[in-house]
Design a protein. Structure first.
Length: 425
């Protein structure tokens, strides 16, 4: 969340940021009112506590008769102090509730717009968009041809939106995981296999709302646990409440996890097949950094995503995400959109990865700090996340872009050592 002092001192800028992001800003006026009252109550409680301490000091040298009066004064002051503190705590809780719904500030360079139509293309990958001299198949047709994906069995077992990967699709999934993790380990990332569940406070800290009518999260009934939508949740929560040494930063992790999403409201041809499903595997990058490091690390994460998809020989473009399409915690976000020949009538771009700089927004909620040597006090870290490979969407891009006229699919060279073959079919 944003620092309350920053909000008070930059109220107009915070309001305008909310407008740019399409988030209601009316509760900011309530925030100012409540924060003003909270500060007054804090001062009152501290003053009453000081007076009560003075009474205690006087008791030491008072006569027995004086002590009775001082005792009554001290009791009254403590009661008044407790009442003021109780009111302060209630106001503080309301403030935290308001701040939880105020989005992060936005990088001034991010395009301003209401949705993804305002996203700005800033780069293209090395691989050109393929131009087939035969009717291109989509990944569902290719999957059926080679017995790779079974949505009917998935529906029988778990319901619509679940699926089985079979045969070479399983080898492709494992190859993608191995390829991505190995590349990142070489770049200094620490590999982590994360839990598939996280408690509600961790989800709140990262910026997810696990319960409510619009949630995208599966929650476990009669517990405080939720299935994670991304390893960003578990990787970010690993260091919640801890103080790191400045020398440890940047700390870069690569996590492997299953991801579970209700995908409430998702529909349409663009979401067919593997593009929008309830469960998939993802290799996720996460970094804890100093404030001075986060912009550079964000560019590094973006470049890693580009390098991975260049190596997979998949055409893509990079877009700078518009303000109205940013998630609440993100200060700036880049999306990598792969060309998918089977999407739409003649092919379309489809998001396959994203990377976000969340500055200290998540760390403030999760209370993750760092300290410098020989310096008093602590500072909030900056957190960043980036998808290395979302397996289901990467499979779409590989199957559709590497298909051949005879229906076979060429396996990208970088995956062939793990696949054990050069071609599917």
């Amino acid at each position: 969340m944003l620092d309350r002092k920053f909000v008070l001192e930059n109220l107009d800028a915070v309001k305008q940021n909310c407008v740019n992001r399409g988030v209601p800003a009316s509760n900011l006026d309530r925030f100012v009112e409540v924060e003003t009252r909270r500060r007054a109550k804090l001062t009152e409680a501290e003053d009453l506590n000081r007076k009560a301490n003075d009474i205690n000091s006087k008791m030491k040298s008072a006569t027995p008769a004086e002590r009775e009066g001082l005792k009554e004064q001290g009791k009254l002051l403590r009661e008044q102090k407790e009442a003021a503190q109780h009111e302060h705590d209630a106001l503080d809780k309301e403030i935290l509730g308001i701040l939880a719904h105020i989005p992060n500030m936005t990088n001034p360079a991010a395009p301003i717009g209401g949705d993804d139509l305002a996203n700005l293309e800033i780069a293209r990958g090395k691989t050109p968009i393929p131009h087939f001299d035969f009717p291109a198949k989509d990944h569902l047709e290719l999957g059926k041809l080679h017995d790779l994906i079974d949505f009917e069995a998935g529906a029988r077992v778990a319901g619509a939106g679940f699926y089985f990967l079979k045969n070479d699709a399983v080898l492709l999934e494992l190859a993608l995981q191995q390829f991505a993790v190995q590349q990142l380990v070489r770049k200094g990332f620490v590999p982590v296999s994360t839990p598939d569940l996280a408690n509600t406070s961790t989800l709140h800290g990262i910026g997810f709302i696990p319960r409510g009518p619009e949630t995208q999260i599966y929650s476990v009934e009669n517990s405080d646990l939720n299935l994670v939508a991304t390893a960003e949740i578990t990787l970010g929560g690993m260091y919640s409440g801890l103080v790191l040494e400045a020398e440890q930063l940047p700390l870069k992790l690569v996590g492997i996890s299953h991801c579970f999403r209700t995908e409430a409201g998702a529909a349409g041809r663009a979401s067919k097949g593997l593009y929008r499903v309830h469960q998939f595997t993802k290799v996720e990058m996460f970094a804890f950094t100093l404030e001075s490091q986060s912009d550079a690390i964000h560019e590094e994460l973006r470049q890693i995503e580009c390098d991975l998809f260049d190596a997979l020989e998949v055409p893509y473009r990079v877009v700078d995400t518009a303000t109205g399409d940013l998630g609440g915690p993100a200060y700036r976000k880049y999306d990598l959109e792969a060309w998918m020949p089977g999407r739409g009538e003649t092919g379309e771009w489809g998001e396959v990865t994203s990377t976000s700089n969340c500055t200290d927004y998540q760390a403030r909620r999760l209370n993750i700090r760092y300290k410098n040597k020989n310096e008093k006090g602590t500072h909030f870290v900056h957190t960043l996340n980036g998808t290395a490979v979302a397996i289901s969407r990467a499979i779409i891009a590989i199957l559709e872009n590497h298909q051949q006229a005879d229906g076979s699919i060429v396996v990208p060279k970088v995956l062939q050592p793990w696949m054990g073959k050069e071609r599917i079919g």
